[in-house]
Design a protein around this ligand. Structure first.
Ligand SMILES: [Zn+2]
Length: 442
């Protein structure tokens, strides 16, 4: 047998083995357990006592009492908007023109792109996010900067150049030809290089002509293992404007269908106001929806109905949509998802939420053999989570322990409702701890 260096991480192990919507017990929870890591990948999980016997020579990093779980996967986020998080401003279309487009214009400068990419990746790690599917800007430099920043850590990053050939400032528009050529060059340079994956990224139907959307569809046919990301039915004015730009389409989804963009490798942001017919077509195409609750509340876009999405068999993930979203934290995102679903009379279980930020998200991205769980052979991308870092969290934990109710469900739910970046004690990529940096402009 080959002698491999094995490292053990001791703590309370938690991960999903399948969807809790199909089987409420589809997880493994091992109090005082061990995650065994070798060469950056998961080797095994088990109880501390039994694993210590199996790997008697292995070093042990002790996180006793803390949760060890797979890193979060954020399937919809805009890295160029990092600087404009929390900027005051009305609804989607106003917000795009007032804050987003000026911020994205700055990315013609590679120095600016490098600085924001570095900030962004660090902010993800500080919040326990180890993989994301991110929008870049129309500038190829913005994609190079983000893949370069992620590659320094061997992080699994999915991103792509924004395609926009109308209804945006001149500095932010490309053409059908330029968008196609630049995307192809970036795919050849980055897709499947290390852990990088390319995402074909038309912003949304308003900012793309039908020719550009068709070109995006062609790109995907030429490179069928790339991904597609775009926005769908986020806001009522957006839907009205889309249908007036595409008068021969019967609904918003048809705009993307005609271009060949509705695939099982497509993630649509939002989908709040879909008709039942659109939902059925999305479900049968196997496309996924990223539900972004902090963004939907912040921009007043509406209340996504998770119960209905589940009933119709739609694949969904939770995502931040920074900077329409107001937090990089997937814990905060799960907390807000709970409240949005409460307003739909659907008290979403903490297991469903957490699944949709880990294994569920990995499945949507067809990466469940690499990330999202502690299955043997997956990358050791994991986080160490502390239950109580604030007085409120501590007194709640004390109360639950005193009354014999400190169970897994209450433990996870407390993190979702009261937790944030302060609860992330450490983030590991391929078994290596990432040091959080506080990035500021010099
Ligand atoms: Zn978005």
């Amino acid at each position: 047998m080959i002698n491999r260096k094995v490292e053990l991480f001791r703590g309370d192990i938690f991960y999903f083995t399948s969807s809790p919507l199909e089987d409420i017990h589809a997880y493994r929870y091992i109090p005082d357990g061990v995650l065994a890591v070798s060469e950056g990948k998961i080797l095994a999980t088990g109880s501390f006592v039994e694993m210590k016997k199996c790997f008697s020579d292995a070093s042990v990093t002790d996180f006793s009492g803390k949760l060890l779980m797979p890193g979060f996967i954020d399937a919809h986020i805009h890295y160029p908007q990092s600087e404009i998080i929390g900027m005051y401003g009305r609804q989607l279309l106003d917000w795009l023109h007032e804050y987003t487009f000026p911020a994205e214009t700055m990315f013609s400068s590679p120095e600016h792109a490098d600085y924001i990419a570095d900030f962004f990746v660090n902010e993800l790690f500080r919040n326990g996010t180890t993989t994301c599917m991110a929008y870049a800007t129309v500038h190829p430099e913005s994609v190079n900067a983000l893949f370069t920043a992620a590659s320094q850590y061997n992080m699994c990053m999915l991103t792509g150049k924004m395609l926009m050939d109308r209804n945006a400032p001149e500095q932010l528009t490309d053409t059908v030809e330029r968008g196609g050529t630049e995307s192809r060059t970036l795919i050849e340079a980055w897709h499947n290089k290390g852990r990088n994956r390319y995402v074909i990224t038309p912003r949304f139907a308003i900012s793309c002509t039908d020719k550009q959307l068709s070109e995006a569809g062609r790109l995907h046919r030429d490179y069928p293992d790339t991904y597609i990301q775009t926005h769908l039915s986020e806001n009522k004015s957006e839907i009205d404007q889309t249908l007036s730009l595409y008068p021969d389409c019967s609904d918003y989804l048809e705009v993307y269908e005609r271009a060949g963009l509705v695939t099982e490798r497509t993630v649509f942001g939002h989908c709040i106001h879909l008709s039942e017919a659109e939902s059925h077509r999305l479900a049968s195409a196997g496309a996924a929806i990223a539900h972004c609750p902090t963004s939907n509340l912040f921009l007043g876009s509406g209340l996504f109905n998770m119960r209905e999405a589940n009933r119709l068999g739609l694949q969904t993930t939770l995502a931040t949509d920074v900077a329409g979203g107001t937090s990089f934290s997937m814990l905060r995102t799960m907390g807000e998802a709970y409240k949005v679903q409460q307003l739909n009379a659907y008290p979403m279980s903490p297991f469903e939420s957490l699944y949709k930020c880990t294994l569920g998200s990995a499945r949507v991205l067809k990466l469940e053999d690499e990330i999202g769980s502690f299955k043997e052979g997956c990358y050791a991308d994991f986080i160490v989570v502390e239950d109580a870092v604030t007085p409120s969290q501590q007194i709640r934990k004390d109360c639950l322990q005193r009354t014999g109710k400190w169970d897994l469900e209450n433990r996870i739910f407390g993190l979702q409702i009261l937790g944030d970046d302060r609860n992330i004690a450490a983030t590991y990529i391929e078994g290596k701890a990432v040091k959080f940096k506080f990035i500021t402009r010099e």
